[in-house]
Design a protein around this ligand. Structure first.
Ligand code: C2E
Ligand code: CA
Ligand code: CA
Length: 265
């Protein structure tokens, strides 16, 4: 059994390696909509694997293995570079209003890597992207292991001019202390809370508390996985800043958004 697992792991590792070499990864982008104006304020870059013999493979099927084998470091670096290049292209369109923000996910392995800051600095420099348009999404669990070290890394990242978000907020320890201590700009309220926000008073109370606490700490709030108009209405009433979800957009290829982003915001 152990042998079998080791073999399977090696196979997956080889497959992911080949995918990297052959350029089989691609990014889809999911718009984030301003609750106040309805305009697209930003997008989140989400990786997919264009496997030669399979339908587009979602990250849920390979991010775990990529984490285990460490290949997430290379995949994540590729994704950041690709997203920065795309952000720079969209910025060059020069639509009215504030520039489009590009959110990119960082894995726990990346956050723990000693050269994370150097890698991101180099990517920003090489791609010529305005770092103010880049937001790095980090989960609570990725930073909770070693708070002290994490705060140092997050400070250095912000010194590069990028902004930071706590991803999936509410699913981990959700320490209020962490919210206060981590130098972040944005809190992403996990879909599991958004699901019940319009129908369950207790879920709504939690979301209301997260939003008001975030605002009191000067943080922007983004609701994830918004699927219904009732959720949109409730989140707007609660003062949520930005919404992301299938109600507005599914993640789509860059081409599908270029036209939209050329129009006035
Ligand atoms: P996440 O960062 O929480 O991303 C949000 C996920 O929710 C995405 O799944 C998105 O497609 C999905 N989603 C958005 N709106 C809705 C909705 O209204 N309803 C439902 N049911 N789902 C919605 P996706 O693209 O499959 O990505 C899954 C996870 O894989 C991400 O969760 C993130 O943790 C990870 N991931 C994706 N791309 C990257 C990457 O480049 N690097 C790293 N480290 N992780 C990534
Ligand atoms: Ca995310
Ligand atoms: Ca999330």
């Amino acid at each position: 059994d152990m042998r079998e697992r080791a073999v399977r792991r090696l196979e997956t590792e080889n497959a992911l390696h080949r995918a990297l070499e052959r350029g089989e990864f691609l990014l889809h982008y999911q718009p984030q909509v301003s609750m106040a104006t309805g305009a697209v304020a930003g997008v989140e870059a989400l990786v997919r694997w264009k496997h030669p013999e399979r339908a587009l493979v979602p990250p849920s099927e390979f991010i775990g293995s990529a984490e285990e084998t460490g290949l997430i470091l290379e995949i994540g670096e590729w994704a950041l570079r690709e997203a920065c290049e795309q952000a720079a292209r969209w910025c060059a369109i020069g639509r009215d209003g504030p520039p489009l923000r590009m959110s990119v996910n960082l894995s726990a392995r990346q956050v723990a890597h000693p050269d994370l800051v150097g890698m991101i600095a180099a990517t920003v420099r090489d791609t010529g992207v305005d770092p103010a348009t880049i937001c790095l999404e980090i989960t609570e669990t990725a930073v909770m292991a070693d708070m002290e070290a994490a705060v140092g890394v997050l400070d250095q990242l912000r010194a590069l001019g990028v902004s930071l978000a706590i991803d999936d907020f509410g699913t981990g320890w959700s320490s209020l202390r962490a919210l206060q201590r981590f130098p972040v700009d944005e809190v992403k309220i996990d879909k599991s809370f958004v699901d019940g926000v319009a129908v369950d008073p207790q879920e709504a109370a939690i979301v209301a508390a997260v939003i008001s606490l975030s605002h009191a700490l000067g943080l922007r709030t983004v609701a994830e996985g918004v699927e219904t108009v009732a959720q949109v209405d409730r989140l707007r009433t609660l003062g949520c800043d930005i919404a992301q979800g299938y109600f507005f957009w599914r993640p789509v290829p860059a081409e599908d958004l270029t036209q939209l982003l050329s129009e006035p915001a």
